[in-house]
Design a protein around this ligand. Structure first.
Ligand code: P6P
Length: 336
């Protein structure tokens, strides 16, 4: 077995040619997104030297102050993808409405959704952040493209992934045939396959949640976390460890790499909102990656990928990771 590492390009060509798994236009789309992530990684890695740390003067659709790098990453993804002929439109956490590919470029059959730089509260303190992306097909027969075309359950995704900008820059991808990881070789300037057929252990001793919100949680979440904290002497009969990076990409990457369960549940702080995280470009892509790696992802009550979106920027509660833990948390909510 050759120990010659294969590039992202070769992996995608083989997924297209050998497995007939992805059409050439989807392969092109994923190569363009990967190149955009390389550019974002370079901007992030410059930090203060690039003069782009700190806040911008604008808010995003969520009412959150944008960081300069949020806006830069968004522009990089738009400019990289709009001319290729593979997309009909894009949607981003950083844009109120969809971005339709301008008439001067050919329209394609895919819809690209992304959180261009997730975890941006960590940018200025040099903690891992990342780009999350999801790919849908434009519904057949619809002339033109509208926001309604994006409102498909996560089970309809044809590709999903993220790029984590940490000690390594690593692209993690699924096209429905398992999860593969590609590490950026900066000397070659290319992503190289470093792990495939990623598997999340079904059990874990590590949970990830923002504990400062404990007094605001619903009873099932409080029960689950209390049992973890009770450790060996408690009902779980084992001690647990806790992690919270406050960057979903970093927390999910740890879970894909060594297992764990991640929770961002509904809480009483903003009771009208189902959760903090966004369904279309955070929970859906991460949920599919986790499922493709043998894990599970629910909103506490139902499979995230089955949720029918009502709005482009709608939020959702998220419980994802090691299958047996996710099933336990979900059973505490449903009583099943
Ligand atoms: P909190 C980052 O802003 C983010 O959207 C996710 O990446 C992360 O998991 C979560 O919010 C962190 O939220 O309330 O702990 O700061």
């Amino acid at each position: 077995m050759s120990n010659k590492r294969i590039s992202l390009t070769r992996y995608l060509v083989e997924q297209q040619r050998v497995d007939g798994h992805i059409p050439s236009q989807l392969r092109l789309l994923l190569e363009v997104v990967a190149r955009a992530c390389k550019s974002i990684s370079q901007a992030v890695n410059k930090g203060d030297l690039g003069g782009v740390l700190g806040a911008a003067t604008t808010e995003n659709v969520q009412g959150e102050m944008q960081k300069q790098l949020d806006i830069i990453a968004n522009e990089v993804l738009i400019e990289a993808n709009e001319w290729g002929g593979h997309l009909a439109a894009m949607a981003s956490e950083e844009m109120d409405s969809i971005y339709v590919v301008p008439n001067r470029y050919p329209q394609g059959e895919y819809l690209l959704l992304f959180d261009p730089l997730d975890g941006s509260s960590n940018i200025d303190v040099n903690v891992s952040i990342g780009t999350i992306f999801s790919v849908l097909k434009k519904p057949e027969g619809s002339a033109g493209v509208s926001e309604q075309d994006f409102l498909q359950p996560g089970a309809q995704q044809v590709a999903a992934g993220y790029c984590v900008y940490g000690p390594q820059t690593t692209l993690v991808l699924t096209v429905g045939d398992g999860v593969a990881m590609f590490t950026l070789d900066r000397e070659q300037g290319s992503f190289v396959l470093t792990k495939e057929n990623v598997q999340i252990p079904p059990d874990t001793k590590e949970f990830a949640i923002n504990m400062s919100n404990m007094r605001h949680w619903d009873a099932p979440v409080k029960r689950y976390v209390d049992e973890c904290l009770a450790g060996q002497e408690g009902p779980r009969g084992k001690d647990f460890n806790m992690r919270w990076v406050a960057s979903m990409v970093a927390d999910v990457h740890r879970i894909l790499t060594r297992g764990g369960v991640f929770l961002y549940p509904w809480d009483k702080r903003e009771p009208e909102k189902p959760g903090k995280l966004r369904l279309m470009y955070e929970a859906n892509p991460m949920g599919w990656l986790v499922e493709q790696a043998g894990g599970a992802a629910t909103n506490g009550k139902q499979r995230i990928l089955d949720i029918q979106p009502g709005k482009l920027h709608e939020r959702v509660s998220v419980v994802l990771g090691s299958k047996n833990e996710v099933e336990r948390v979900t059973s505490y909510h449903t009583g099943l």
